[in-house]
Design a protein around this ligand. Structure first.
Ligand code: GLA
Length: 669
């Protein structure tokens, strides 16, 4: 099996292409323009099912043959999509049960996209037939570089309550628990008289009078995740058999809760994802975090930015364009965090349809002197100089524990605080590393942590079998672990780990939590650390020490002077517990102190809002510098080595200046 960097040895550059929206004369113009813009990879066919199979079993690949040939003749490779993301009207009409049903038992209507039920046998068999046809037809086509399965699974429609889905859910539960008594035990169904005699008695809880059994809710989320993953695997198995050397993927999304991408990553040859930062947010820190998550899904293997927009999307309330230079800057940010491909939605802006005001590489005007096209071409020209980055990795000594099932569980109803936002809380730690230019990987609590000097486990509410031992072993063998409030509370069925919270982590944290104190909205308190005062909000744990010592204590309220942040030496390492939501300055101080103790340093020194990230391979080490400021910045390099500026060709030592809204890609000589 070839890896993606064996197949694509340059930084990939291109976007989604929908030639079926255009006449043939436009195709030729497009192929020439692509070449001119430095495009080397194009995704074709993502929403083409209705034109590939106009009636059931009546396939027409003639137009796609021409497009594939034409792209190949112009030196453009193809990510060929399997076109299964949106079934045609005839399919939904002929097989009404293939359509997904919402939680109130209403089927979705046709006329938009992605309306199919993942558990419909009719959808599945039509899908399998189409994928087989595509694989057989294009298996030897020289343009075929990768397979793009479906599109953004579960986007728009992540829950289906159809009869097919219910039957599949019961089967899924039977498979997981084998006996109904086991399910009753795990779901705790003696509560509120929820006991089941058989799997057949289980129904969906979409229209329930009040809170639903949390074990059931969690399993429903797992089941839907698995339903979509099963679809992906069905397609993947066909493609793998016919084309064993062509890498296969589907595209992931930003902060997407319904799918456990760690689980999915095992089935993908390369991680690809779609990133649409809102220009209103300023520096896209949240997107940097997603880049790092995406890179971490396959343990540091570079990812592809599969979609972004050149200037503006059309699906926000108000769609601000990226300012001049921002598209380029944010593309380099993706590369810095581990991207080997920079792609757009889409190549040519649509004339009709719901996305006609969505930006593209070629705007409606087709004007080659337009700002958009000039920026597209400039980036395309530059990326040709960056071959040495392909396959290079981001070295990280820090990891943040991130877990989709934990995300699901922590945000289910019925908690002491029902406005906790897991991602926001994770970000409150991530942004400190981002601001200090300390590279971060994301891991699961059960992963091998031995490569990291510092691990942060924010709000790790769910501790699964073995996670506690893994974290304990990490600290015992010399690691520094930071755990924050509402961690170590429940098992994988959302049943409490009995004993004092956080029961499974308590002995190596050297403390326990006696009570939770959620704050009313707007309320703050203060914590005092070495006579310095910092604000805190959202939550306070009432902490009792069992060997740990206090780093910071609360200033006010009935728990005044009680510990808020603790530290415990355990084995060769130490475990820190943060029982509240401190302001940024405190988290920054705590984390940078812990990082300094472990000699974790940024790769270079510069002013605020300048990102600096290393990407290294056996052949070459790189430093990528991204100046998010409008003013120039001066960077001090940490080593005495010579660096080559890959974009401009000059040599640099010790100090270098970078213009505002500009980047440097430096290769260490
Ligand atoms: C998603 C989809 C694309 C397109 C873009 C628009 O990422 O995959 O088909 O709809 O959004 O931003």
């Amino acid at each position: 099996m070839k890896t993606v960097s064996d197949v694509l040895t340059n930084i990939s550059y291109g976007g989604d292409y929908n030639p079926e929206q255009w006449t043939e004369d436009v195709w030729l113009k497009d192929a020439k323009l692509m070449r001119k813009a430095g495009v080397n990879l194009i995704s074709v066919g993502i929403f083409s099912w209705a034109v590939l199979e106009k009636e059931e079993g009546n396939y027409d690949f003639s137009w796609l043959d021409k497009v594939m040939d034409m792209l190949h003749d112009h030196g453009v490779g193809v990510c060929l999509a399997t076109a299964t993301a949106s079934p045609p009207a005839w399919l939904s009409m002929k097989y009404p049960d293939s359509v997904a049903v919402n939680q109130y038992n209403v089927p979705y209507s046709f006329g938009s996209r992605q309306h199919y039920s993942p558990n419909s046998p009719e959808y599945r068999s039509a899908m399998v037939r189409l994928v087989k046809k595509l694989a057989d037809r294009y298996k030897d086509h020289p343009a075929l570089k990768m397979w793009h399965i479906n599109n953004e699974y579960a986007c728009h429609m992540s829950e289906c309550y159809s009869d097919y889905s219910l039957q599949a859910f019961r089967k899924w539960l039977l498979n997981r628990y084998e006996h109904i008594d086991e399910l009753n035990e795990r779901w705790g169904t003696n509560f509120w008289s929820q006991r089941y005699n058989s799997f057949e008695e289980i129904t969906f809880s979409g229209n329930s009078p009040t809170l639903v059994n949390p074990g059931q809710e969690l399993d429903y989320k797992r089941f839907m995740n698995d339903s979509f993953l099963e679809l992906y695997k069905l397609e993947k198995d066909i493609l793998r058999e016919v084309t064993p050397n062509v890498p296969i993927f589907t595209n992931f999304m930003f902060e997407f809760k319904p799918l456990d991408y760690f689980q999915w990553a095992e089935e993908l040859d390369v991680i690809t994802w779609d990133s649409y930062p809102d220009p209103r947010e300023g520096i896209p820190v949240a997107h940097a975090m997603q880049h790092d998550i995406m890179r971490s899904l396959k343990k540091g293997q570079p990812f592809f930015l599969m979609e972004q927009v050149t200037n503006q999307v059309n699906w926000r309330d108000i769609n601000l364009p990226k300012k001049p230079g921002e598209m380029r800057l944010w593309s380099y940010a993706a590369i810095a965090h581990g991207g080997d491909g920079i792609m757009f939605f889409q190549w040519r802006q649509s004339r009709a349809g719901a996305e006609k005001f969505h930006g593209a590489m070629i705007p409606h005007s087709s004007d080659e002197t337009s700002r958009v096209y000039r920026e597209v071409k400039q980036l395309g020209d530059e990326l040709k100089k960056l071959d040495s980055l392909v396959g290079a990795r981001v070295p990280a000594k820090v990891a943040i524990v991130f877990d989709w099932e934990n995300w699901w569980a922590v945000e289910l109803d019925g908690k002491p605080h029902n406005k906790l936002d897991y991602l926001d809380h994770v970000k409150s730690y991530y942004q400190v590393f981002f601001a200090n230019n300390i590279a971060v990987d994301f891991v699961r609590a059960g992963d091998d942590l031995s490569a990291y000097e510092l691990v942060v486990a924010p709000m790790l509410y769910m501790i699964k079998l073995g996670d506690d031992k893994n974290l304990e072993n990490y600290v015992d063998t010399g690691g520094t672990l930071v755990v924050s409030y509402f961690s170590g509370i429940a098992d994988e069925n959302d049943r409490i780990h009995l004993g004092h919270y956080p029961a499974p982590l308590r002995h190596f944290l050297g403390m326990y939590v006696e009570e939770f104190v959620p704050y009313a909205e707007g309320k703050t308190n203060q914590i005092v650390h070495n006579a310095q005062h910092f604000s805190c909000s959202t939550w306070s744990d009432i902490i009792r020490l069992e060997g740990a010592h206090t780093l910071a204590s609360y200033k006010d309220e009935w728990y005044k002077d009680m510990p808020a942040v603790t530290s415990h030496s355990f084995g060769k390492g130490k475990a820190i517990y943060v029982g509240t939501e401190p302001e940024y300055d405190y988290v920054n101080q705590l984390i940078t102190t812990l990082a300094a103790e472990k000699n974790i340093e940024p790769p270079a020194e510069g002013p605020p809002n300048v990102e600096m990230v290393e990407r290294n391979s056996d052949e070459a080490n790189h430093l990528i510098v991204i100046n998010h400021n409008e003013d120039p910045a001066v960077i001090q390099l940490n080593s005495n080595k010579n660096y080559v500026n890959l974009l401009t060709g000059g040599t640099i030592q010790k100090e270098v200046s970078v213009e505002g809204t500009d980047v440097l890609v430096l290769r260490c000589e």
